[in-house]
Design a protein. Structure first.
Length: 477
């Protein structure tokens, strides 16, 4: 049994802004189910909900301030969560990174530097908890100082640093270094200094014993200038300790056999409920009810990263093809307006819902025949895994976790029963449009389509699969 301290700036369902929270809320539970002694540590934000109030554990003194540690649990589990309680930093409305008006916290560097210091005190068993981890698992730039600070300690636990998205790096002016009271011996080119600035993420990449990211393909991509954001050289230098492990999905929430948001349940053994969900979705969104027309779905942020610009270029021709298209998402206001214009011009072809709606997300995953995910980059991605589980074949661009989780429907893969979607290579509208037309040809041949659906629905995307890979990594160090 390993003792694992899992450090994260956000954890679902306590507080969430993105995929990191999903990992922090699921992976520790899966590791606990594999018999590990795991504790999650995160800041005690004002916005935390869905858990018992934290009970007082102890007080740790850092930078002449008293910091309290509180203890609660992840809902519906035995996993302990330690909350770093320092009201002058964390007791404000808003989310971990922005205030309630969407502006970044001006003291965000101070907040996460303090958080990292407390993680180190707990990791070194200096927090009066009589518990020292074998492994400290850090996530993204907000915890990047932890491996750096641990590197200065004797008899320290091993550290793992997981990159969820290289685009966010926690970079601050050099003038922030001294006020953060960081050790002078870490300020150098092979330390926390990055082109004359302070980089939190570099602390994790430079000093962790192992680096992981959320898919094997993304682990390769971040060693290139296109995806490395200036740190590709360091990542290539440390490639021997860098690996990719695909995130799991919560198979209790995303399961067409008992999804609480569906009126018609179905499974790989009996697909009939899927068609009922499709007809219901068409009616709900005001599209002509037609079992035979292929229904395309897309759920996501309306930003360039997600390839929405490729989709907009394809929409004029898509309106001439025998298909319907439904979208749920929000993001770039100009993209929202263009999509709504298309929906007004083609009300019998296109239904656009701006915003986020959890029940509708499940209903689109279940009711659509084909799911569009033309991302320019995607460290891991979740919707392509949900879609396969729901027998909704994804069209994806070959990048990151999308490339690792979807098998293109080609003669070989269709023969050997591994095909589970449609894949295109280049982030250009013509390639996406060709993939859409290819899916229409496949959809028209029902026996082939159902064979691919069954292959997709029986793939194992559970967290147990991912957790056992992390456990193996912990054992290696």
């Amino acid at each position: 049994m390993k003792k694992i301290l899992f450090a994260s700036s956000e954890t679902h369902p306590l507080i969430k802004t993105g995929g990191l929270a999903d990992v922090a809320g699921s992976l520790p539970i899966a590791l606990a189910e594999l018999g590990q002694d795991i504790r999650v540590i995160m800041p005690n934000y004002q916005g935390i909900k869905n858990c018992e109030p934290g009970r007082y554990l102890c007080t740790v003194r850092v930078n002449n301030s008293d910091i309290h540690l509180l203890e609660t649990r992840l809902p519906n589990s035995e996993v302990v969560v330690w909350l770093v309680d320092y009201p002058p930093f964390f007791n404000f409305p808003g989310n971990p990174y922005h205030d309630e008006n969407g502006k970044p916290w001006p003291n965000i560097g101070d907040r996460f530097a303090l958080f990292c210091r407390i993680v180190v005190e707990v990791a070194m068993n200096r927090a009066y908890l009589d518990w020292q981890p074998d492994v400290v698992h850090c996530n993204d730039w907000q915890t990047g100082l932890v491996p750096a600070l641990l590197s200065l300690e004797e008899n320290r636990p091993a550290s793992i640093f997981t990159i969820h998205n290289m685009a966010y790096q926690g970079i601050f002016p050099a003038s922030a270094y001294t006020p953060l009271n960081l050790p002078g011996q870490l300020w150098h080119q092979d330390g926390l200094e990055y082109h004359g600035m302070l980089s939190f993420i570099k602390g994790g990449l430079q000093f962790a014993d192992r680096i992981t990211t959320v898919s094997p393909t993304y682990a390769q991509e971040i060693q290139t200038p296109e995806f490395g954001y200036g740190l590709e050289g360091l990542l290539a230098y440390r490639h021997d300790i860098l690996s990719g492990i695909i995130n799991g999905i919560d198979t209790s929430i995303w399961n067409p056999a008992d999804d609480v948001y569906l009126n018609h349940h179905y499974s790989a053994e009996n697909l009939s409920g899927k068609l009922q969900n499709k007809l219901e979705l068409q009616e709900k969104l005001g599209l002509p009810i037609n079992a035979d027309i292929p229904l395309f779905g897309l759920i996501g942020r309306l930003v360039e990263q997600k390839g929405i610009d490729l989709l907009l270029s394809c929409l004029p021709e898509m309106t001439t093809l025998p298909l319907q298209f439904v979208l749920l998402g929000s993001g770039d206001k100009s993209i929202e307006l263009k999509l709504e214009d298309f929906a007004r011009l083609y009300p019998d072809k296109i239904a656009i819902t701006i915003g986020y709606n959890e029940p509708l997300a499940h209903q689109i995953e279940a009711g659509a025949d084909i799911f569009l995910m033309p991302s320019r980059f995607e460290p891991c991605g979740l919707n392509q895994m949900y879609s396969q589980r729901y027998g909704t074949l994804p069209i994806i661009r070959k990048t990151g976790g999308l490339a690792d989780t979807v098998v293109d429907s080609l003669p070989d893969s269709m023969t050997n029963g591994t095909a589970s979607g449609i894949v295109f290579n280049d982030p250009v509208p013509a390639a996406l449009l060709e993939a859409i037309k290819r899916s229409l040809v496949l959809f028209a041949h029902k026996p082939t389509w159902q064979k691919i659906q069954l292959s997709a629905m029986t793939k194992d995307f559970s967290w147990q699969n991912s957790a056992s890979q992390y456990l193996e990594l912990y054992s290696q160090i």
